[in-house]
Design a protein around this ligand. Sequence first.
Ligand SMILES: C[S@@+](CC[C@H](N)C(=O)[O-])C[C@H]1O[C@@H](n2cnc3c(N)ncnc32)[C@H](O)[C@@H]1O
Length: 314
Amino acid sequence: MEKKKIHKSVLLQEVIRLLDPKPGQVYIDATVGFGGHTEAILKKIGPYGKLLGLDQDIGALNWSGANLQARYSNLTLEKANFSEVGKIAQEKGFMKANGILADIGVSSIQLDEPERGFSFKNTGPLDMRMDQSREVTAADILARYSEQQLADILSRYGEERLSKTIAAKIVQRRKKNPFKETVQLAELVRDIYHAKSIKIGKIHPATKVFQALRIEVNDELGHLEKFLPQAVDLLVTKGRLAVITFHSLEDRIVKDFFQQEAKGCICPPEFPTCKCNHKKRLKIVTRKPIVASSEEILENPRARSAKLRVVIKL
Ligand SMILES: C[S@@+](CC[C@H](N)C(=O)[O-])C[C@H]1O[C@@H](n2cnc3c(N)ncnc32)[C@H](O)[C@@H]1O
């Protein structure tokens, strides 16, 4: 219990300033995690507001429930993937939200628990499921995917320049020795970098490979793409949506979606008249993403890659 308190919420002040929750308002926190942002919003909306909190990780949700529910009777928690936010909001009576937050990615706690298999820093099973009721683990992917599929995910989700070499080595190695533990994979990647005499900096060479596998195991980009339009539908006019991402693939999805929805017609320029009937639905609040201050990064290095984007529903 005690160790779970070390997750530090990123960009907390900025999120609250830009969402600007007010007494009596209705909020959805799509990624409760360890409840830091949730509680800050609950304090602002007060006892007459209400908040629906989702997380696909039952451990995180149970911890936040134990910590928050006794103090906030206006908090409803539900274990769910945010790709289902529309359905859950309807079931729970949260169809008109003043604000929605998604602080995507892994929590420090998930990263620090060796048994979850997110990190190569400790020996643990190659699991990486945020929702442990899902079937496929990272070990399953390493055992079953073809060399081409592995190279594709390493390149697309990890932007790993040695994707083909690493995929070939994984397939060769798994014949004799199936991948079960995080360190086995981390060592294989490090050995490939050494063999090619590539200088290794501060960041472990397996970082991108682990990121790619995690994205694939949890279908992170697919869920984000499903979440964004549903979140906009749930907002009232002038309602606000804030999304924090931790890598460029997610940030691009959020940025492109916000830009598209902040435009009217999206027909190709050569069309003489509009055929798409696309309506402008959003106003962008953050032209450039908000990033953490150097003080915050010093205190919480995870904040280094965080990017916050906020929009208002028209
Ligand atoms: C960075 S943490 C959130 C931390 C939280 N804002 C806080 O202040 O403690 C991200 C959380 O999002 C959850 N998560 C990631 N993707 C999700 C998804 N598609 N649906 C629901 N929860 C998700 C993870 O399980 C994790 O607990």
